[in-house]
Design a protein around this ligand. Sequence first.
Ligand code: KIV
Length: 271
Amino acid sequence: MSVHKEVKKVTTHTLQEMKLAGRKITMLTGYDFSLARIIDEAGIDVILVGDSASNVMAGHETTLPITLEQMIYHGASVVRAVERALIVVDLPFGSYQGNSKEALNSAIRIMKETGAHAVKLEGGGEVVESIQRILSAGIPVMGHLGLTPQSIYKFGTYAVRAKEAKEANRLMEDAKALQQAGCFALVLEKIPSTLAAQVAASLHIPIIGIGAGNGVDGQVLVVHDMLGINNEFNPRFVRKYRNLHQEMLNAFQEYITDVRSGDFPNSKEQY
Ligand code: KIV
């Protein structure tokens, strides 16, 4: 008799069913084996291997410098850890904007070299052709509208997007175009909660918000933010579930003290 426990994996269809049933979708970013393992064990629905790895893993100021190779490294590390969650990998800046063939090639590399289940890319009408080409290869695509960090130099600021009617209307049109193109879900980042709720009510695909209020179908946060690892990043939309910055600082300082005093290792911690 096999003792292997069957795990019911989350798929893009599961997310669709969750929206229909009114069950909220949970998503967190993940970039490495060890954290992804714990996030999956906790029962998260989706792990996003976000290009925010550029910020939180590599220390860059923006998401622009991270490369396709680096995203593949992070994606493959997460895939090795996860049993249940759906794994989505961001197409990094410069890997899909050139043309739809480039977008398809980048998406194929991610799928082949990481084993992930889907890709995410930023943008509206201007990326529809690329989305259709990626989908034609059987690769599920998640869209991303609102504050799209890969365009930070166009926006000039990380402030809330689509506060004015013109940009809000454009966002609604883009959301419909992405659904029409075949995206299985959309991320809406840092837009007014009323607009996000309108998009979620108008579309049949799941809408996952970050800084977009509670009227959407699910939430995503950057895992380092919700764990409170970086004590210098405190936007309103982040709920810090722990203060790991302080916890880790304490642990490192205790270790230093113990080594310096000769307390570590003790007689039970040696061979
Ligand atoms: O890269 C990322 O972490 C993201 C989330 C903010 C949605 O795209």
